[in-house]
Design a binder for this molecule. Sequence first.
Ligand SMILES: NC(=O)c1ccc[n+]([C@@H]2O[C@H](COP(=O)([O-])OP(=O)(O)OC[C@H]3O[C@@H](n4cnc5c(N)ncnc54)[C@H](OP(=O)(O)O)[C@@H]3O)[C@@H](O)[C@H]2O)c1
Length: 235
Amino acid sequence: MDLDGARTLVAGASGALGSGIASALHARGAKVVVGGRRRAPLDALASRFDTSPVLFDAVDGDSCRRAVGEAVDQLGGLDLIVVAVGVAAFGPAVDADAAVVDELFAVNVLGPMSLVRAAAPALAESDRGRAAVLSAILADLPTNQMAEYSATKAALAAWLDVLRRENRRAFGVLDVRPPHLDTGLETRALAGIPPKLPEPRPAAEVVDAFVAALVDDVKVLGWDPQEKKLVSRGS
Ligand SMILES: NC(=O)c1ccc[n+]([C@@H]2O[C@H](COP(=O)([O-])OP(=O)(O)OC[C@H]3O[C@@H](n4cnc5c(N)ncnc54)[C@H](OP(=O)(O)O)[C@@H]3O)[C@@H](O)[C@H]2O)c1
């Protein structure tokens, strides 16, 4: 897709990947509205982009729909929604706390689904509409001590697959599945202690690959363990 002038909402822009992606898209000429849960980190980005932030909590579907509506009104339409919202949890599957599992699925699956669903009509009206969502390598490689976190990402990836097929004439869908990164996500987990993780990759690599995948209309960006990089799986 052509990013120049693209009317864009980045949901989860207070996070490491979200803020990096928002800045990279702005640098490519996109008009970027940032969205998230906490106003302070969003304000700094929004003032650079000359837009107003929109607020939502991913566990509250109504607030997701409202935030997307506000972004569409502000931008006069929507060409691109980026969803970089997510949280982790660790520990053995049989020990998982029910409230933690509910929140994990709400933030990682139901919230992103609400955001993209709310954006769909505006994306369909655009001549370059696209939804780009961060799942994770865990969608391909469910990992011990991360059963529920893996399950959320597999569920999100499955939903994105169907969304792409059902809407192939209306808008595109990019699913990005990075490996462990240096963003510190694991230190903000809802519960549990992370198992020994592989050496983290730089988040900047993902931001660059993400923007290139958008430009090339890639469908899935997955991790290639041999090449040690994100590779396109269909365009
Ligand atoms: N880092 C990795 O190793 C890695 C690997 C693969 C995939 N990913 C995925 O990439 C995405 C971004 O991760 P990141 O590494 O950039 O982590 P991050 O810096 O912790 O960013 C996470 C984002 O999610 C937001 N968020 C969490 N709970 C929320 C809620 N209830 N409502 C609204 N927003 C909420 C955070 O908002 P606040 O600032 O308000 O907390 C933040 O903007 C996630 O989906 C993650 O699963 C990350």
